[in-house]
Ligand binder design. Structure first.
Ligand code: TMP
Length: 421
């Protein structure tokens, strides 16, 4: 159900995961252990009713001394990981605003009429792209329920992993030309074989195609102590330095980079075909490479801060409970599964996690007995305090609940240091 991961997927550093691995337990050329969170359930496998409870798998972060990529020590079998996958792109103003910004930036880098999105989820982003002028859009997503829904909603979507099969189907649809823009937002860090992913993307390209990879940037994860981004789906914690190693021999080269605020800090990197003679538009690749601070020493500092952040929130919760405060969670996010399991939270401490995603409602938080309650129930249950687990949407959540806060409700933001906001 899972395989050990010992060799850096970007630069190849570290021993292979076979007999030599055990021999190399004492050797120095291993990926460095940064933070071991123990054995945790899959973060997005919210069980409903009598559904079997999700299995637990090791969750340990390693870092590569050569390219600084953060990566998990195991790879859970994708079929296990995505078989009960309830992540749906949020309908949120924050996402909408971000896509507008991203689109504007991409338009400044090159023209595109056709857009293919890898990991297109329910097609929400492609809908926005179409509204902004894309003439042809095509999605690819492994979640059959979401691919079907997207297609029904007018966004043609191929259901499948991003492999040779789905690439073949996409090529047929795009024939005789490839895609002008290939979008891979928050999917790259879910991928085990980076080179294969990049080579498959190259099969959909033509001479001036732009491939835009957007991923949470490890630099921000470290700076803002976003340790709760660590869960089994996120096989990697992205560094630009790692991508620079990985692109070699895949048909792509780095072209432009920009940092965005979405999801706690993400880097969008545009790649263009290796052989194209398009000149770099600016020095952004070089500049971000210099800015990035993700060496194992930085990762270790992050791990120390993560543990103190966990202890701080646990202490705040204990004090609130001693004062008979009713505590809720806002957003049943993958991050909240990590928090709930690491802090060993249960229903007697946290009344429920409130969430707007209908697929998650009336389930329980993986590994706990805490129910996921429809967001509307928040006002009925009227907790005293709510921890914003969807902290990447904090502003939006605070804004829409001013009625509750004006009546005395208090929000806690768990990162970078747990505090009332
Ligand atoms: P994410 O952080 O993994 O993108 O998930 C955000 C979750 O937060 C998602 O399950 C929907 C939920 N959410 C709400 O319940 N209410 C809101 O207002 C927003 C913005 C998100």
């Amino acid at each position: 159900m899972f395989t050990p991961h010992t060799t850096c997927r970007a630069c190849g550093y570290g021993p292979p995961a076979n007999a030599h691995y055990f021999k190399s337990e004492t050797s120095k050329d291993k990926l460095e252990s940064i933070l071991n969170l123990g054995s945790l359930p899959l973060a997005n496998s919210f069980p409903r009713g009598l559904d079997p409870r999700p299995g637990h798998y090791p969750l340990e972060l390693l870092a590569c001394p050569k390219c600084h990529l953060g990566q998990l020590s195991v790879v859970v079998d994708p079929v296990t990981l995505y078989s009960n996958y309830l992540y749906v792109t949020s309908t949120s103003q924050t996402l909408e605003d971000h896509i507008l910004l991203l689109h504007e930036w991409l338009r400044g880098l090159g023209s595109f009429k056709s857009v293919v999105e890898i990991g297109s989820n329910d097609g929400r982003v492609l809908q926005i792209m179409r509204r902004l002028g894309a003439e042809f859009v095509l999605g690819i997503d492994p979640a059959k329920n979401l691919a079907k829904k997207a297609t029904e909603d007018g966004i043609q979507t191929i259901d499948g992993m991003f492999d040779r099969d789905s690439v073949g189907r996409a090529s047929d649809i795009l024939s005789p030309v490839g895609a002008d823009l290939i979008l891979a937002r928050h999917v790259f860090c879910h991928v085990d074989n980076w080179k294969e992913f990049l080579r498959n993307a190259a099969l959909l390209s033509h001479g001036t195609t732009m491939l835009c990879i957007e991923a949470p940037w490890a630099h921000d994860t470290i700076q803002k102590v976003e340790w709760d981004q660590i869960y089994h789906e996120h096989l990697s914690y992205f560094t630009l330095r790692a991508l620079d190693f990985a692109v070699k021999g895949t048909g792509w080269k780095l072209y432009a980079v920009r940092r965005f605020a979405i999801h706690g800090g993400a880097l969008a990197v545009v790649l263009v075909p290796d052989l194209s003679d398009i000149r770099l538009p600016n020095n952004s690749v070089e500049e971000y490479m210099e800015l990035e601070r993700c060496a194992p020493g930085n990762w270790k500092g992050f791990a120390l801060q993560a543990v103190s952040q966990q202890n701080n929130l646990k202490q705040m919760i204990n004090e609130l409970l001693e004062n008979h405060q009713k505590i809720a969670g806002y957003g049943a996010t993958a991050k909240s599964t990590t928090w709930a399991n690491v802090l060993k939270l249960n229903r007697s401490q946290i009344y429920g996690f409130y969430d707007s995603t209908s697929l998650k409602q009336y389930t329980t938080v993986p590994g706990t007995d805490i129910p996921v309650i429809p967001e509307g129930g928040f006002y009925v249950d009227n907790p005293d305090v709510a921890i914003i687990w969807a902290w990447n949407f904090a502003e939006e959540i605070i804004r829409k609940n001013v009625k509750w806060t004006s009546q005395g409700g208090r929000f806690i933001l768990p990162v970078p240091t747990p505090k009332f906001v």
